[in-house]
Ligand binder design. Sequence first.
Ligand code: 26V
Length: 816
Amino acid sequence: MDSPLPAEAAFDVAAIKQSLTDHLLYSVGKDPLFATSRDWYLAAAFSLRDRLISAWVRTMRSYYDNDVKRVYYLSMEFLVGRALTNSMINLGLYDAFREATESLGYDFDELQSWEVEPALGNGGLGRLAACLIDSMATLGLPGFGYGIRYEFGMFTQHVERGWQVESPENWLRYGNPWEFQRPGVIYPVRFGGRVVRYRDGEGRWNSQWVDSEEVMAMAYDVPVPGFGGKTVNNLRLWAAKSTREFNLKYFNQGNYIESVRDKNESENLSKVLYPSDSTARGKELRFRQEYFFVCASLQDIIARFRKTHSNFDLLPDHVAIQMNDTHPAMAVAELMRVLLDDHHYDWERAWTITVKTCGYTNHTLLPEALETWPVDLFERLLPRHLDIIYEINQRFLNDVRHRWPGEMDLLRRMSLVDEDGTRRIRMAHLAVVGSHSVNGVAEIHTDLMKSTIFADFDRFQPGKISCKTNGITPRRWLLSANRPLAALITEEIGDGWVTRLEELQALAPLAEDAEFRERFAQAKRTNKQRLAQVIEQRLGVPVDTDSLFDVMVKRMHEYKRQLLNVLHVVTRYNRIRANPTAFAVPRTVIVGGKAAPGYFMAKLILKLINDVADVVNNDPLTSSRLKVVFVPNYNVSTAELIIPGANLSQQISTAGTEASGTGNMKLALNGALTIGTWDGANVEICEEVGEENMFLFGLTAQEVARVHRDGWDSAAAIAANPELAQVLDMIGSGYFSPDQPDRFRPIVDSLTLGGDHYLLSADYPAYIATQERVDQLYVDADAWTRKAILNVARMGKFSSDRTVAEYGEEIWNVGS
Ligand code: 26V
């Protein structure tokens, strides 16, 4: 290629200032005299974008010139967070931009707060996708994200009279300076119709999918800058567009309104993100969304491959497709369809190519979150794919039968089709069979995958399932979110940790240095003050910045056990009231998280937290030593505010239920001590930081399994613990809900009559005892800070750079 590359925009303060005023005028169209700080935010975004583009173009050209193997990360969710500060930091322009905006008379922090964060994800899975693409760019790996450009992302959460109220988040309302619409990159996606079989010229049977309806997928590209600014990768998000501006049939009948309504209906496809990550109960629109983005992404991937190659046997040498959970699992059937029907490969060859190309990451073991789709939905919307899945299944089960003849029950368990009740396709089985690699996201999670949901598959193909422990990007979660601590660390050990997080080890000896401890504690105080200010502003609750900031932020889910946290709060409340003059370590319990709109229990627990807060915070006997705050609308931006200010990180899921957790990593990296169960990545954090520097408690996953097998008498456990019985009695009888005494009956009943599936009553005594140990340590500020420093120093493993390097070497076969 000999076309010239774009001129580099200058990186000095004067040039940036010029660029800001130029963009304000020419891109935003505002007279500086009347410009608002949002206008200046846009000007800053455009100015920064200019400085991203040349590296972006250079990156894409070098990939093309070197014919590199590309990694495609297919994910229904990318929870990337705000881009402005992150891009500045990654490009090394943060100080220059701050100076430029401030010399123009604008407060940079106010200006950046105008950016509406793209909430294109539910929680852990979407945020992991964002950390991984950041790390791919930082490592210089040719990694491309593919997802959906939802017009409405995750809902905004308000709290009204203690209840969650959802409202749509119209994040595109003021435009999105970070995306480039590509009207020319548009592909048809088909649904419905039927399959016809025919003989080709050589007498071979072929299938064609005909009479389908069409929706178009249009690309929007978002640059993903790596740290250092050399590599800028691409995140391509698909938006649904109707095939025609309006339906000519209706139009010719003079029915103009009908024709436009039709157009609307197909564009609904990418309208909204499904806000539930708890149940996978089939919704047709969700099914369509999954196929829509898989189909468009594969067309794009194949078109790029075919620019330089014609033989599909080479596809696995040039393309790795990673499926983030089963949501993109239709990629297996779609790639088969393309190879078989469009390119006339025979089955065996097509299958070899497909399996070598695809990899699957599992993120949950919870049965209700495992996706299955009714066969009749497939029949109606993707008939050809259903045929292909049946054929995959038949061949697969044949292989199993040859290996283990006569094991009928095994075949039933391993089948891609669940034949109990209405027949359904098991997407996880499709993903496992159609991939060369299957991975879990923490060691314990991977072991459980092998011993439970995929035990038969692990026995059939040992070695296919591996572990790639999750990680988080140190750029967003330390360098950017916690500037006081990041500055202190860099001052002591240099800035190599930003890309080699294991260098934090060098901090360990400083745990014994009194002066360093004081500066470390000062950074924490600064963050706590910032957080306290926001809590006061947003909630009107004054909090004591010397109190222990106890933080639990994550989606509201029964398995995560926010309720266990409440049980502790009420226990503490009772103890203070029973003994008002005894010393109690002051605590501020901070909770944040969204509940799926249809998840009754999660919403009721959220209401309970707020009702308990109302009583505790206003009781003169307790309010100076115990505060409870529920921070509404937990998202990436509030995480960046809350996490640096935490002293204690609550990670208390029932052992065996939390695949990994990544909030646990963010909090520990920011110097919080963890109180947690032997679950997910807590176990590996413990291996790194040492059990003496954490507060782990409760049943192990093995014990949980045994208790579930043998049965758990929760009523007896409650009766045996008078404190717990009292707490439940208060909750159940209206102590916190005098206006409606039976409001929380369902919560208490779930523990007493409902069998206490998540075993709160089993872990309660150990949890309370461990919370007492937390208090004892906090009294000794020096001892606490020592442990906090050791936590930070030993978190190196949990960089997503390490995670991506492992995927690169062991799954994708790409090196950095
Ligand atoms: C499931 C569903 C079900 C259908 C409706 C929409 C929807 C959306 C998302 C999900 C995925 C739930 C799985 C998930 O988010 N897992 C989390 O993944 C994190 C990253 O690996 C991990 O740290 C968390 O422990 C795990 O819960």
